[in-house]
Write a protein that binds this ligand. Structure first.
Ligand code: GDP
Ligand code: GDP
Length: 438
């Protein structure tokens, strides 16, 4: 099961600082979805060798009394979704009644809990230890979220190292044999369930349903035009007995899980509602995971000609980061455009797993450099010597050279686009990394 680490504790103990360090989050890449999550923040963990999600329960007003705050739905929900809880305290502050209350709750949670004393850079360790002992949560771990000390060891201790092969970055041979794992991702009400039902209704569902735990997304295998797929059904669409049955339809944790384990993500947007902040956050998470992507703009049926033009213009402006992905205008309700989505899925999948020999890659690099030389820097021409494939998901080319850190952004984009065009890559991000030899 996907590891999910929840950060709980009073305001100001350093939860957001730790969250930012663990996720190395740039703002746009954090799923901070107001309303839906009641301000919980979700991100992909980047520190340590394991694969995990982080939930921060921060973002609550500091004026709120600690005990209300800690016992609020906020922390509870995070604790419910987590596989591991980190209880943070400020090494300089004493333990409050609120802390003791929360500790008591955590002791009966039945999940691993680690007591973390933060701000160890400025705290008196002996005093902090004495205070921590009152919580009965075992020996604490000292860290400084701000300076980073102790953080990696803490994570390595609680999150198991990655399995050698993830579904998303399997080798070419594996990829050819396996069903393509697809996830439909989008905020509530964009039409995911309608689309999934439309697709599964049309196609042969090999196995109708497979039970899962409450949190796991359900895998639904199906076939279409001779290709095998696995649908990662985050909304539990295929599990609902009745259409109106109220189950939790949208969960950021499930969505993040699905994005990470999918070969291809189909991002569903609502043409009639436009691209919202929530969409933007989801897009950030998809980009961050390097997943292959197809964009489905749903509810195209309800718009007339001039509306369609203005929606398209709006998308051009808001989806500049997604210009590598094909856009499809569909109506899940009427079934129009749904068929061609799968051509795009196949293309994106093939692109994401594109294998290219080092020799070919270097020929391409040579051609690109010949057509357009890198600029001079400090009186010397920036040299790009050789390239090799750095990995998939996202498709990554590594280029070695001199002074590569001085390459302008425009030239880097020129190279990425050059590789993309030459290799006919669609639907996958193309990343070019540089290593400098001097
Ligand atoms: P939150 O309310 O629990 O999310 O706490 P924040 O992450 O916002 O941190 C509260 C304050 O403590 C901020 O001013 C941080 O810069 C500071 N802080 C967080 N971690 C550390 C640390 O390890 N050492 C020190 N000295 N300050 C820290
Ligand atoms: P989900 O929350 O993303 O799974 O969204 P649903 O599939 O439950 O759809 C939300 C609402 O949008 C429902 O009332 C659907 O009938 C409606 N809807 C879904 N797809 C379309 C579409 O292509 N056109 C129109 N006009 N409405 C749609």
């Amino acid at each position: 099961m996907q590891a999910v680490v929840a950060l709980v504790g009073r305001p100001n103990v350093g939860k957001s600082t730790l969250f930012n360090r663990l996720t190395r989050s740039r703002d746009a890449l954090v799923a901070d979805i107001p309303g839906l999550t009641r301000d919980r923040k979700y991100g992909l963990g980047r520190i340590g060798s394991g694969n995990y999600l982080v939930i921060d329960t921060g973002g609550l007003g500091e004026e709120v009394d600690a005990i209300d705050l800690l016992m609020s739905g906020q922390s509870r929900q995070a604790m419910r979704e987590a596989t591991h809880v980190l209880f943070l305290m400020d090494g300089r502050a004493g333990v409050t009644a609120g802390d003791e209350h929360l500790a008591q709750e955590l002791r009966t949670l039945g999940k691993p809990v680690t007591l973390v004393i933060n701000k160890s850079d400025i705290a008196n360790r002996d005093l902090a230890l004495a205070e921590a002992a009152r919580l009965g949560l075992g020996a604490p771990v000292f860290i400084s979220a701000q300076q980073g000390s102790g953080v990696e060891a803490l994570i390595d201790d609680i999150v198991p190292a990655n399995d050698p092969i993830e579904p998303g970055d399997a080798t070419l041979e594996d990829a050819a044999d396996r069903p393509i794992r697809i996830a439909f991702v989008g905020r509530p009400n964009v039409g995911k369930s309608t689309l999934i039902n439309r697709i599964l209704g049309e196609d042969r569902v090999v196995v109708f349903d497979r039970p899962g735990t409450t949190r796991d997304a359900i895998d639904v295998p199906f076939e279409r035009d001779g290709h095998a797929y696995t649908l990662i059904d985050t909304a539990g669409v295929r599990r609902r007995a009745r259409v109106n049955e109220t189950i939790e339809k949208f969960s950021v944790v499930k969505t993040l899980d699905a994005i990470k384990s999918a070969d291809v993500v189909i991002l569903v947007l609502d043409a009639q509602a436009g691209v919202s902040e929530q969409d933007a956050h989801l897009i950030g998470l998809v980009l961050d995971a390097g997943a292959a992507l197809v964009v489905a703009i749903n509810k195209w049926d309800g718009l007339d000609g001039s509306d369609r033009e203005s929606v398209k213009r709006g998308l051009d402006l808001k989806l500049t980061f997604l210009d590598f992905a094909e856009r499809h205008f569909i109506s899940a309700l009427h079934g129009t455009g749904v068929g061609t989505l799968f051509n795009a899925v196949l293309k994106a999948h093939a692109s994401a797993h594109c294998e290219v020999s080092t020799a070919d890659l270097n020929r391409l690099l040579e051609g690109l450099v010949l057509a357009h030389q890198p600029p001079m820097s400090r009186g010397r021409r920036i040299k790009l010597r050789y390239a090799h494939l750095g990995g998939h998901r996202p498709f990554t080319v590594v280029i070695h050279g001199n002074q590569t850190e001085r390459l302008p952004g425009a030239y880097k984009r020129y190279l990425a686009n050059g590789f993309r065009r030459a290799l006919h890559l669609v639907g996958t991000p193309v990343v070019v990394e540089f290593r400098t030899g001097d």
